[in-house]
Structures are given as C-alpha cells and as structure tokens.
Design a protein around this ligand. Structure first.
Ligand code: CP
Length: 337
C-alpha cells in the first residue's frame, strides 16, 4: 500500500497491525523508524490536532517535516481543473503536488469539501486527483468525504476504553452548530463503527439524515461485518443502552450548498440538540462521549459532559499521534528498532 485515502485502504489484517503498532508506540513513543525521512504537509484548511500530531509523530521517530499553508505565508492554490487563474490563486495543485513530492518521502494533504455540490463532494475526487499527482506515498488528512486518520484514532480509542466491537452500542449523534458542516467526520466515524461490527444508531433530527450514499456505503460494510445499523430522530430510543456516543454536526443534504435555506431548518434545533448529561439517562452507566474536536462548548455539548468522567475527547486526540505514527511507518516501509 502506498496511499492512505480512506479506512477501506487498510485490509482487516493491516488495520489490526497498524492498531497494534500504535499501541506499542504509545508505550514507547521515541525511536528512529523515520530517521532520514521527510514528510511534507500541505494544509489547504486550518488545523490544530492534525498538523501538530503529524509533526510530533514524525519528529519522535527521527524524521522531519515541512508545512505549506496556502494563503498564509504560501501562494494561494487553485484546485479546479480548467480554471482561468486570474484571481487570488497564483499556483495550481497540478504543479504544487509534484513539486512538493520531490522534497518529501511522503505527502499528507488536508483539503475540505467545497460545500457547493453534494455529489461532487461525496465523490471525493479532489483528494484522489492530488494522490494521483503525487509519485510518493500520500496520506489524506481530511478530505471532502473522509477523515481516515480520525477514524483510525477513534477505533483505537474505543478499543482502549474496552468498548466491545461485536455487541457494543455506538451512537453517532447530530448536534447543533451555527454552520452547515461537511460529512467527512461523520461518514468516517460511521464507517469505522460498522467496520468494527458494532450495533450502530445514527441519531439525528428530521431533515438531517446522512446522505443516501453515506448510509448505503455503511450498509454494505455492515453486511460484511455483521454490524447492525439503524436511524432514528427519537433521542431516548437512540441513546438507549449506548456504550459510546460520537457527536458531530453535519449539513442537511437537501439544502447542501444553500446555507441560508438550511439555516431556517437548523435554527429551531439549537437548544434541543446540545448534548447534556441528561441525554445519558438511558445509556449504559459508563457510556463514553467522543468528539473529534474542535468543539464549541455549550453550543454542541455542555461543559458538564466535556468536563465529566465520560468524556474521551483528550484520549481521542492523543490517539491521533499514535495511529498516524504507525501509519507513517507502515506507508514508508519503516520498522522499529
Ligand atoms: N480532529 C481534527 O482533525 O482536528 P483539527 O481540525 O484541529 O486538525
């Protein structure tokens, strides 16, 4: 395997191997498996965890990184095919990717959904085009439809918390957010949970069902792994017996690319869809709260949950570094000495 664009790029055997290596690296973080290696990081969009955890992962294994952030100290970059570049962008990814690849042994790229056309964003063509332009190993650091490093960290977090794969009850819940957000994180979290073979519920208000493409893909994986998958807008039904509740906001598919119209549907949901401790009344007593971060306190989730014992968000973010370190070693063919 040369590229990691999606969780499905890892076979079951490789996924288990990466998770096991990540656990060993958590116990012994420092080594020289990436000695002499350079990892290039192209961030078309902002980040705290992904950027810092990639840099730390490489450095702790003896390698180096360089970071390019278009529009912030670097040329603004165009991504559209056939664009007439008479605007702000001075450089096209068609040159930038192969140029940067010459300086690095692996490129990691973040490039979010454009948020205009649902079909285009769900097809995730841009990240695949960029991977094709890169003659070196390539990592998706969050694209229009996938956040596979987050998914791998979430998988490890559920394992760390001893939440069962078969029979574990996983709730992916929508929460209110002031903006219509893309599907990368919820799609990858859903894929991760069904791939684990869990009993999965998507809890969301009417009008905010995940796109059919995302649900169909999850159903296909569930058919292979034996996972159960259902959807509901009834919070008590959805939270009943939950072991883990993964919270994220996403756009209403029918208004994708039309935020003003979507805001009308979204506005009345604000108070009801902020996660509070009372949500967990019908969940398992030790049910955990997961969120990829960043999170808006007392908008998406109340302080009482984030600051309480069920919150796993700090561990989740820590696991980003461990799993990415393992992935980098896997992709670059390194080994721990
Ligand atoms: N979870 C995550 O990807 O965080 P950042 O956006 O800060 O990288």
């Amino acid at each position: 395997m040369m590229d990691y664009l999606d969780l499905s790029d890892l076979s079951d055997e490789r996924l288990e191997a990466v998770l096991a290596l990540a656990t060993r690296l958590e116990a012994r973080p420092y080594g020289d498996a990436l000695k002499g290696r350079t990892v290039g990081l192209l961030f078309m969009n902002p980040s705290v965890r992904t950027l810092a955890s990639m840099q730390a992962a490489v450095t702790q294994q003896g390698g180096q990184t360089f970071v390019v952030t278009p529009g912030s100290g670097s040329w603004k970059m165009e991504t559209r095919d056939g664009a007439v570049m008479d605007g702000e962008a001075a450089e096209h990814v068609r040159e930038a990717i192969p140029v940067l690849a010459q300086y690095a042994d692996l490129l990691g790229v973040r490039c979010f959904a454009e948020g205009k056309d649902l079909g285009t964003d769900l097809a995730d063509g841009l990240i695949r085009t960029m991977a094709d332009l890169c003659p070196k190993p390539f990592m998706n650091l969050e694209s229009a439809r996938a956040h596979p490093c987050q998914a791998l960290a979430d998988w490890k977090t559920l394992d760390d918390l001893t939440i069962p794969r078969k029979g574990g009850r996983f709730v992916l819940s929508w929460a209110w957010h002031p903006k219509a957000l893309p599907y990368a994180v919820p799609a990858s979290a859903l894929e991760m949970a069904v791939r684990r073979g869990m009993d999965v519920t998507v809890l969301r208000p009417e009008g905010f069902a995940l796109p059919a493409e995302v649900m169909d893909r999850a159903r296909t994986i569930a058919a292979r792994t034996g996972a159960h998958l259902r959807e509901t807008s009834d919070r008590v039904e959805g939270m009943d017996g939950a072991h883990a509740v993964y919270v994220k906001s996403w756009a209403a598919p029918q208004f994708y690319g039309r935020p003003a119209e979507e805001a009308v549907l979204r506005a009345p949901l604000r108070d009801e869809w902020c996660v509070r401790e009372s949500w967990f009344d019908v969940a398992e007593r030790d049910a955990k709260f997961l969120h990829c971060l960043p999170v808006r306190r007392n908008v998406k989730v109340a302080d009482e949950v984030l600051d309480g014992p069920r919150s796993a968000v700090i561990r989740e973010a820590g696991n980003r570094m461990h799993v990415q370190k393992a992935l980098l070693i896997e992709l670059l063919g390194g080994h721990r000495r």
